[in-house]
Write a protein of this length. Sequence first.
Length: 145
Amino acid sequence: MAEGDIEPIARLRLKAFFEGTDRTLDEDMAGLRRLIAGDGFEAAFVARNQDQPIGSCLLVRDEISSPHDLTPWLAGLIVEEACRGGGVGTALVKTVEAHAASAGVGMLYLYTWQARAFYEALGWRAVETFEQDGEPMLLMSRSLL
């Protein structure tokens, strides 16, 4: 992720993940900047169409508000609505998986509810269904070995 990607990706993330919360654009942009300024293990990948960012996916050590003591996480997969269904999300997931595997990660985790079938088609398995903040949630994992 480059500096010029931060604001458009943060806007996508706010709409998809944080609408109705107190999280601000500046907070999400600051979080993305911290992530990409880190040690290189955590990473933010961006998909582009004609040099415009249309999607992103993260590899993070810690998931936001996680009730599970697991690491690392595939997080924040987002693709512009108009660009969905063309393989962008799949490519982003595979990029995160490859980065994690190259860093020696054997098992990767994620949370989802609506995208269960999408991730299962990519080889992820359901681990546990639970409630978080009164909403259903699914913990999934993927072996990278």
